[in-house]
Structure formats: C-alpha cells, structure tokens
Write a protein that binds this ligand. Structure first.
Ligand code: NAD
Length: 281
C-alpha cells in the first residue's frame, strides 16, 4: 500500500512555488500578495491562519492577516473587502470560515472580486470550474486532485466516488475528476447504500466529518482512497476512513493528519500565484 505523504508532496509543491515567486519578482519587480481576514478567536481558525501566513512568508509572498473581533459588523468587513479588491498589491483575498452567525457568508463570498477569490468559492469561479474555464479552484479538492494524479496520472474511465457534497469539497472534487474523464458519483447523507457505491469505486474521496465512516469492506482492492475528514477524538485527530482496515485493501491512502491538510495550504499559495499571473497577463 502506498501511504500518500501529503507533507512531502506539499513541501515539494512549496519548493516549486518559491522558485516561481522569485521568477515573478525578477519579471515584474513585485511579488503576489495574500490577505487573510480572520473574524473572532476560534482556535482552529487561528491555527489555520497562522499556518497559512507562515507558509506564504516562507515562499516569499507578501502576506497580511487582518483580525476582527467576533462582534465586528458585516458592513465593516464588506468595506474592508472592497478596499482590498481595489488594492493592486493584493492578489488573493481569503476570509477564514466559519463566520459568526450575524455575518452573511454568501454576501461575504460574493463581495470578494472573483479575480482575487483564492478559495474558489465565488459563484463565478464555481461556474468557471464546472465549465472547464480558468479560475480559482477550491484549495482542498485541488490538493486532493494533485495527490491522486501523482498516484494515477491516467484517470480516464475510472469510477470515482465522492462522499460529501459540500461546495468546498465534494462538488468541486467531482468537477475536477469529471475533467479527467472519470465516471463520477456524488454521495451524501441521504444516499441509500453508501457501501455499495464505495465498493464500485477506483477512487474514493471522503469529505464528511464522521470518524472512520469508510470501513475496510467498503473499499475495492487497489482503490485510491483520499481522506479529507478532520475529526477530533481523545486520541487526537482522525479522518473519515478507518485507516487500519482500509490500508489493508487500498492501493494508496492518505493519512490524517499529514495527508490532505498540508496540500490544502500549499494550494492556497498556488492559487494566490495563479491570481497574480492572470492579472499580469
Ligand atoms: P460539510 O459539513 O459542509 O459537508 C459534509 C458532507 O457530508 C455533506 O454533503 C453531507 O451530506 C455528507 N454526509 C453527512 N453524513 C453523511 C453520511 N452518513 N454518509 C455520507 N455522506 C454524509 O463539511 P465539509 O466542509 O465538506 O468538510 C468535510 C470534512 O472535511 C470535515 O471533517 C472537515 O473538517 C474536513 N475538511 C478538511 C480540510 C483539509 O484541509 N483537510 C479542509 C476542509 C474540510
């Protein structure tokens, strides 16, 4: 079984991106900039944002984090986003989710210029992805896609099953695998027989948030299994896949932690650079 080393793959990708930033600096005499807006003091979000900032600095991007208290009003946030949309030194804007209840998530997502939407959640980018046009692709599915392609460069005709249909994960992942000529099934909480759907799959991407949902006898021999899930337990973080069982049948599997997570951050940096390049061209 191939244990997919997301940390190693992400480090490799960051290395390539660092070189790219240097080349862009040489060519344009400026570097891409990423601005993250963090509202409130939810611990996981704080940690994600700190890691994003650290990684951005490491590869030579300009990075800035704007912090607001939990009580900030929606208007202030939207005004700031408008300001950043018009700031030429900012290539990418990310508003860390989740947001406090009094702030409308859809309004926030739509207020970010689609050209700076490094999360790939703006309706324009969702449309671009489903039409096969250029645009930002959500970071986690993009990371999963790169890991899958490394294991299996030719995905034509493979059966891929997404577990979970969120905009952030399942739906975008399905589009990427469709573009690779996979036959794609999206499953969700109302799917009748999830086990049978999974057993037919050459590629499974689990993005649910239920620990060890995917069992060993749900997986076909030699399937590629990507575990996006992050579930807190007494023994630490675990994924949506029963690792011990599935590792006995799968061809390749991502661990949690150390699989998809590091790739998500590396892809955020990639998206920032892509936004910069599209602007410059
Ligand atoms: P979400 O809650 O928006 O979506 C979960 C999906 O799972 C829904 O579509 C739902 O229909 C489906 N689902 C729920 N119960 C199910 C069941 N019993 N069988 C089949 N499907 C079921 O979650 P999300 O934002 O897509 O995140 C999913 C998981 O991925 C979470 O654990 C989250 O923490 C994790 N995550 C990880 C990363 C990363 O970088 N590794 C990034 C984002 C999210």
């Amino acid at each position: 079984m191939i244990l997919i080393d997301g940390k190693k793959e992400a480090a490799e990708l960051r290395g390539k991106l660092k070189k790219e930033v240097l080349a862009l600096k040489e060519k344009y005499n400026k570097v891409p900039g990423l601005t993250v807006i963090l509202i409130g003091d939810m611990t996981p979000s704080q940690i994600y944002v700190r890691n994003k900032e650290k990684s951005a600095n490491e590869i030579g991007l300009n990075s800035e984090v704007i912090r607001y208290p939990e009580t900030v009003d929606e208007k202030t946030v939207l005004q700031k986003i408008n300001e950043l949309n018009n700031d030429d030194s900012v290539s990418g804007i990310l508003v860390q989710l989740p947001l406090p209840k009094h702030i409308n998530k859809q309004k926030v997502i739509e207020s970010i210029s689609h050209e700076k939407d490094v999360d790939g959640l703006h309706p324009m980018n969702v449309g671009n992805l489903s039409s096969g046009y250029q645009g930002s692709i959500p970071c986690t599915p993009l990371g999963c896609y790169l890991l899958i392609k490394k294991i299996e460069p030719n995905l034509t005709g493979k059966k891929a099953v997404m577990i979970g249909r969120s905009n952030l994960n399942g739906k975008a992942m399905a589009q990427l695998l469709l573009q690779e000529d996979c036959t794609v099934t999206i499953t969700h909480s109302k799917t009748k027989d999830l086990k049978s759907e999974c057993l037919a799959a050459d590629v499974i991407v689990a993005a649910v948030g239920i620990k060890q949902l995917v069992k060993g006898d749900w997986v076909k021999k030699d399937a590629i299994v990507i575990d996006v899930g992050i579930n807190k337990t007494d023994k630490g973080i675990v994924g949506d896949v029963a690792f011990d069982e599935v590792s006995k049948v799968a061809k390749a599997l991502t661990p949690v932690p150390g699989g998809v997570g590091p790739m998500t951050i590396a892809c955020l940096l990639k998206n920032t650079i892509e936004c910069f390049k599209r602007k410059m061209n």
